[in-house]
Ligand binder design. Structure first.
Ligand code: SAM
Length: 218
């Protein structure tokens, strides 16, 4: 089945995602630097871009930069004067990301902060409120990232959390995987939070079986 999912992804990308030499070069640079290929797929990157356009985002927060592939998709949706803050713990990932952000001509738009997100998030009060928050870092900390996303939001802010299905493991309450347990706690918090209207969607494709959660702050 995975082969067919990949074939369909390739078809959709071919039809809907224009060839982009900068993003192709970003993925090449990531691979050359030995970064894991855990960035969003091209059609998912385009979906993030569409979400940012839909909310007319002027301020975006991303937790988990890697090589800035998703960062670039999101930042390109910002209007004049828009700004994206992205948080990355790994200095080697951040160095590659900085080069890629320059490659995309977004160095004046993207503010890349290096360090564990739980240390950099408290510095962002002056940048808030964000119009869109994309959570895609260490999944164990998804509950804390949700708390921060809410703290840095306004009514209408959209919060997206990636990799919430994990090959179906999310449905297993006894999963020993701390990333699954972190994401299950994230869902518990979402369910108990009256300020959020949320859903989650399973996805299949070239990156396997996973999914994302999306919520809007009332
Ligand atoms: N959003 C990226 C994309 O689609 O191109 C992929 C991000 S990757 C799935 C997760 C990233 O989060 C990795 O680069 C990892 O180093 C970073 N990360 C892990 N723990 C972190 C933490 N505590 N704070 C900030 N970043 C962290």
């Amino acid at each position: 089945m995975t082969d067919l999912w990949t074939e369909v992804d390739d078809y959709l990308i071919d039809r809907l995602v224009p060839t982009d030499p900068v993003l192709d070069e970003v993925l090449r640079a990531n691979a050359a630097a030995g970064l894991p290929a855990i960035d969003v797929a091209p059609n998912q990157g385009r979906l993030l871009h569409i979400f940012a356009l839909m909310v007319g985002a002027r301020r975006i927060l991303e937790i988990g930069t890697l090589g800035a592939y998703s960062t670039i998709w999101l930042a390109r949706a910002l209007g004049e004067g828009g700004r994206l803050v992205t948080l990355e713990a790994d200095a080697a990932h951040a160095a590659v990301a900085r080069e890629n952000i320059g490659r995309a001509g977004l160095q004046d738009v993207v503010d890349l902060r290096v360090g564990p997100a739980l240390e950099t998030l408290p510095q962002l009060a002056g940048e808030a409120p964000f119009d869109l928050v994309f959570v895609d870092a260490d999944k164990e900390n998804n509950p804390a990232y949700l708390e921060w996303a809410l703290r840095l939001s306004r009514p209408g802010t959209v919060i997206i959390c990636d990799n919430v299905v994990r090959d179906g493991a999310i449905a297993d309450p006894d999963s020993p995987d701390p990333r699954v347990q972190g994401t299950r706690r994230f869902f518990d918090m979402v369910a108990a939070e009256p300020r959020l209207v949320a859903s989650a969607i399973q996805t299949v494709g070239g990156k396997g079986w996973d999914g994302f959660a999306i919520a809007v702050v009332r």
